[in-house]
Design a protein around this ligand. Structure first.
Ligand code: 13P
Length: 259
């Protein structure tokens, strides 16, 4: 099926302070064109979200939180909730590989965060993907299944339409060791067939599935050409304005091709 709306998300991770983030958005705003069929989302440091929410033109850029806590309020020193982010961000990353593997987040945590995002009107981007050793041991499909079922438990098929699934194989993140288009096509097929099993064919077809892991301005087109993919989650290359803009333009071309 033609999937004509593309989603390009830049995850800046723990880079740029508030001032630098603001300058960088100013630079991006001058070069990134608004395209009806491409949604461009920026995920800066949490600290910069408030400032950028006042700075960006929402037709040009939407904002995403890189992380948040799943309770809405209370005695949770140091945490920020989806309730507090409501009105500032439109998207929230959940279960990013660095959250899972550096900070030990479990599927139970991701499930609670998906729920928190949905009840606060924030679209969750549920990140899933296997490690090198899981891949070597042929466990990719099992990992994708467990992380999908774990993160989506309690999500209704109606709510699923607001969820984005990001396939981010751990071995491809920040390594320059990017997955081939064939690797991604295989994983996305597995994801959609598991979603079909969980929610039925129509819901599985509608859900947005994106890829992330060492995507560059050069490699983006290969992934965007896959018929079943809805966009890209970009780390390193999102911090280079020209590279990021090139990726947005490639997404635009792809969205037109499929009309
Ligand atoms: P890189 O593009 O730097 O590999 O990062 C991918 C990623 O983790 C995006 O969330």
């Amino acid at each position: 099926m033609a999937r004509d709306k593309k989603l390009i998300i830049g995850n800046w991770k723990m880079n740029l302070n508030v001032h630098e983030s603001s300058l960088y958005v100013h630079k991006l705003a001058q070069i990134v064109k608004v395209h009806r069929d491409v949604e461009v989302v920026l995920a800066p440091t949490l600290l910069a979200l408030q400032t950028l929410s006042l700075q960006v033109n929402y037709r040009q850029f939407k904002l995403a939180a890189q992380n948040f806590y799943w309770r809405d309020h209370g005695a949770f020193t140091g945490e920020v909730s989806a309730t507090q982010l409501h009105g500032i961000v439109q998207y929230g990353l959940v279960g990013h590989s660095e959250r899972r593997h550096v900070f030990g987040e479990s599927d139970k945590d991701t499930r609670s965060k998906v729920q928190a995002a949905l009840r606060n009107n924030i679209r969750p981007i549920l990140c899933i993907g296997e490690t090198t050793s899981e891949r070597t041991m042929n466990e990719t499909n099992d990992v994708l299944h467990d992380q999908l079922v774990g993160g989506l438990a309690n999500v209704t098929s109606e709510e699923l339409e607001s969820v984005i699934i990001a396939y981010e194989p751990v071995w491809a993140i920040g390594t320059g060791n990017n997955a081939t288009a064939q690797d991604v096509a295989t994983a996305v097929l597995a994801i959609r067939s598991q979603l079909k099993h969980l929610y039925g064919a129509r819901a599985a077809e509608k859900v947005s599935v994106i890829y992330g892991g060492s995507v560059t301005a050069d490699s983006a087109a290969d992934y965007l050409a896959l018929p079943d993919i809805d966009g890209l989650l970009i780390g390193g290359a999102s911090l280079d304005a020209n590279a990021f803009n090139t990726i947005v333009e490639k997404a635009f071309k792809r969205s037109k091709v499929h009309k």
